[in-house]
Design a protein around this ligand. Structure first.
Ligand code: MN
Length: 245
């Protein structure tokens, strides 16, 4: 029997898909096969991939499967939108066109069933991590990116691997507080965009927060990362709720 699904939108982030992590890929196949096709829209708010070395890596066998799953979803009438994360910041229109998805700017304001909602990966909010923000400014520069993408794919992958080794060593020394969002950065973002609802990922601390900024009440949803199980925020006319699968 065909089930009735109320029109709804799904938000996911921080899947960190890679050929080395079979569990999260299995969760992604389940999600794309059974859950996402019922949604009107799917928003991927960054870190879909563990890393992305450039759109010329679309032909990699693992990447080709992810792309085919998203393209199939798009063909089944679910619109797909992708925002950059800090790990896959080099995703370009080559990848998103292959997925039949739309690449969004960071951050993007949408109308979510009448509720103005701001979508962000979330890393720009972690302003207490000064080292990271310096790194972010560098790698988001147009000059850095064009110079980097001019290198051969194998060289880019080797460079990213080096950065990843370094950052996992560094993370062990950073306090948990430094790696969370800064309250003032959140307030500034909410103020700049007219006090919307905010949905972001990045911190891997799934939760629902309430903020009062300049007397306005704002809700901030933080999406969780994926492992053996995946999770998504499901929103419809009546509001939002976390689902696991
Ligand atoms: Mn991230």
């Amino acid at each position: 029997m065909r089930r009735f699904y109320m029109p709804h939108t799904l938000f996911i982030s921080d899947l960190h898909l890679s050929a080395a992590h079979a569990d999260s890929m299995a969760a992604f196949r389940r999600f794309i096969g059974e859950i996402a096709p019922h949604a009107e829209r799917l928003y991927i708010l960054g870190d879909l991939f563990e890393y992305w070395a450039g759109d010329d890596d679309c032909d990699d066998v693992f990447h080709a499967e992810v792309i085919a799953l998203l393209r199939g979803l798009s063909a089944s009438q679910t619109q797909v939108f992708i925002l950059h994360g800090n790990r896959d910041l080099l995703m370009g229109v080559g990848l998103t066109q292959a997925c039949h998805a739309q690449l969004l700017a960071e951050p993007t304001l949408i109308d979510l069933y009448g509720t103005p909602t701001l979508l962000s990966h979330g890393d720009t909010l972690c302003t207490d991590d000064i080292e990271y923000q310096k790194f972010r400014a560098q790698v988001h520069g147009a000059a850095f990116q064009s110079q980097f993408l001019a290198q051969p794919l194998a060289a880019r992958k080797a460079y990213i691997q080096q950065i990843r080794n370094h950052s996992s060593q560094e993370k062990q020394h950073k306090s948990m507080a430094i790696m969370d969002v800064n309250a003032e950065a959140v307030a500034t973002m909410l103020r700049d965009y007219g006090y919307p609802q905010l949905i972001h990922g990045h911190t891997h601390r799934p939760n629902r927060h309430e903020h009062v900024v300049d007397g306005k009440h704002c809700v901030r949803w933080v999406l969780g990362d994926w492992g053996v199980e995946g999770n998504a925020l499901r929103c419809d006319l009546n509001g939002c709720a976390v689902i696991g699968f």
